[in-house]
Design a binder for this molecule. Sequence first.
Ligand SMILES: *[C@@H]1O[C@H](CO)[C@@H](O)[C@H](O)[C@H]1NC(C)=O
Ligand SMILES: *[C@@H]1O[C@H](CO)[C@@H](O)[C@H](O)[C@H]1NC(C)=O
Ligand SMILES: *[C@@H]1O[C@H](CO)[C@@H](O)[C@H](O)[C@H]1NC(C)=O
Ligand SMILES: *[C@@H]1O[C@H](CO)[C@@H](O)[C@H](O)[C@H]1NC(C)=O
Length: 375
Amino acid sequence: MRCDFKRCRPLEQFCTLSFILVILFVQNGRCIKWLALGHTSDGWNWSRESCTGVRSSGLLERKQARVCRAAPDVMPSLVEAAKDTSTVCQQTFRYRRWNCSSIQLAPNYTQDLLGGTREQAFVYAMSAAAAVWRLARGCALGSLAACSCATPPRREPPSPSALTSSSIALGALASRSSFKWGGCGDDVKSASRIAKRFLQASSLPGSGTLGKFMHAVNMHNNRAGRRAVEQSLTLECKCHGVSGSCSVRTCWRGLSSSGPVVAGKRLLQRYATAAEVRARPGGRLPPLYHHDNLLYTTKSPDYCLPDKKRGSLGTVGRQCNASSSGYEGCEYLCCGRGHITKTKEILERCQCKWYNCCYVKCKTCRKFTNTHECN
Ligand SMILES: *[C@@H]1O[C@H](CO)[C@@H](O)[C@H](O)[C@H]1NC(C)=O
Ligand SMILES: *[C@@H]1O[C@H](CO)[C@@H](O)[C@H](O)[C@H]1NC(C)=O
Ligand SMILES: *[C@@H]1O[C@H](CO)[C@@H](O)[C@H](O)[C@H]1NC(C)=O
Ligand SMILES: *[C@@H]1O[C@H](CO)[C@@H](O)[C@H](O)[C@H]1NC(C)=O
């Protein structure tokens, strides 16, 4: 962070003191350490004791452990959410310079997920989205004590013209059939509340203005993630009536046609338009950012070359696409260093023929495919 001396307020002078940043980096990854549960705690029987155990091994922050002890039945959903976060993130970024492989280091993250970068913003938001989605599913399946199906909306069902494109067929039917709320709507509100309580860790006492600020940024990104799921609710309906006449329809608001991957797509757009924010006195966020925006505090490196200090693995040896001009194209992915082309021979069965009645005879054909790797 840069301080312009003419405008520099006393508090902002802190930002030039790098040792404070080091302290911040240490505390900044605290709230996503729980993502390690995805590979350490699969299939556990959760109890108050296991919550305490996980807390002392450092994977849960104090408030998270409290939520865990109060309702251990939410933990299996959160373990699944941790796995979703890792797979969706790696899937989303697989052809990019930063490909999210470092999320697998949880809980021992590198600077790319500690320093307040855009990538960190995505992971915070994605983990919150996955948590809400998994908890909402847990609610609907009846496996959580705190929630079940959503209470149906009080207002009338929307008119056919308001239906989303996926329900156009239903829309055409709507004029002829009555419509009532029913089924089991996904209780995203309760799920979001549980996720918020779990993810809303406290900022470390004594971490100062900057610590509070970083915490506010992380929590903002968490909320953006939860909202991404809330916005993915769609109208789902089922027809009733004599032999598919659909004279009566029951409808609910559900998540089944979406999933963590859909939230990931939404959040990738927010990642592209994320806004940089600077610490302000008091540690609060400036009020001008919309709830859906992702926020970051530190510019990312270009991830072209290995740089351990900044959490960059570099792109040497990465596979690229020689005919694409996008992120996965060799030009961009290899950062102008060029690439090598490797030809691989593949042996395949081919020209298969039936003989007499009963057996197949094939030839072996050679095929060559090219792969490209960054220098
Ligand atoms: C989990 O707990 C249930 C009942 O308390 C028990 O039947 C089951 O064997 C336990 N599973 C594991 C993997 O410990
Ligand atoms: C993370 O670091 C701690 C302490 O250095 C170590 O005990 C633990 O095994 C590491 N975890 C992983 C998954 O590498
Ligand atoms: C992600 O990038 C790293 C560093 O370049 C590389 O080692 C790893 O194989 C990549 N992962 C995938 C799935 O391509
Ligand atoms: C490479 O990119 C081109 C153009 O975008 C695309 O048509 C092709 O399927 C890609 N190849 C691979 C192996 O992904």
